[in-house]
Design a protein around this ligand. Sequence first.
Ligand code: NDP
Length: 283
Amino acid sequence: MSASLLDGKVIAKEIREEVKAEVAQLKEQGIEAKMAVIMCGDDPASKYYAQSKQKAAANVGIAFDFYDMPGSTEEKVLLDLIEKLNSDDSVHGIMVELPLPKQIDKDKVMEAVLPEKDVDGIHPKNRGYILSNGPGLFPATPQSCIELMLRSGVEIKGKHAVIVGRGETVGKPLVFLLLQHNPTITICHSRTEDLASYVKQADIVIAAVGRPKMITKDMVKEGAVVVDAGINEIEGGYCGDVDFDGVKEVASLISPVPGGVGSLTTALIFKNLLKGIKIQRGL
Ligand code: NDP
């Protein structure tokens, strides 16, 4: 068997079109969707992500304010800026790029952003809403794993999904978001004994670890759906947590890295912005 692709680029385009249409509709109602992105310091990866979001925002008609602050920024200055943006009704989403300089307490910053403007879905209130399926904003990467499957016609209900990784960013929120689609879930982590025996039972494997190519062909059941959230820097580029070339011979569907989960994240942050506008305006 040679697996078909869970093609993140195609699905991202589909979501961007939906966002663009909704942004235009809001404009007709007199609402100009706007997000603010704050960066402190000159981490090249954060700068790249912030700038690519700015470009993507322009393409779908979302206004974008970029606050490029020095690495010496004091915590109070950042918190004051967040406060100002929280109370500015023309700003609907706020995102603070990580990592933050060491003099700034990341947890304080996460709690400072108004939950309904927290397009990253990291505020403790939004994390709580994941458990109760409440009206919150949820992190983009776990949502992306699910959207990739749903929009490719994968039936999740009743299937056995094995999530490898219980990290705060991907694995843990994914458990509860995925559960809303009624699979049976097994969660594996670094202390799991005989990881392969669990992965081998999975109809759906989702890897969110951060170890290059650790899920190999022999670990995967014939016909399984394999979603790879991992991003690992290797010589000459990036790879996922799944050994793509081997696993594609046994899987029915597989997401590549790059071109899979990561391709959807910006579009899903914009979806969060639009959901946030509805919550803020009671629409
Ligand atoms: P964390 O580092 O927070 O968590 C990693 C998880 O992997 C932990 O639960 C850890 O177990 C588990 N783990 C480590 N080694 C093994 C092993 N040998 N076998 C089984 N499990 C293991 O990761 P994040 O949640 O932050 O991110 C996960 C991956 O997703 C990373 O590769 C990251 O780069 C990527 N990512 C991708 C994004 C995208 O846009 N596509 C965005 C964000 C992240 P334990 O809990 O026991 O320590």
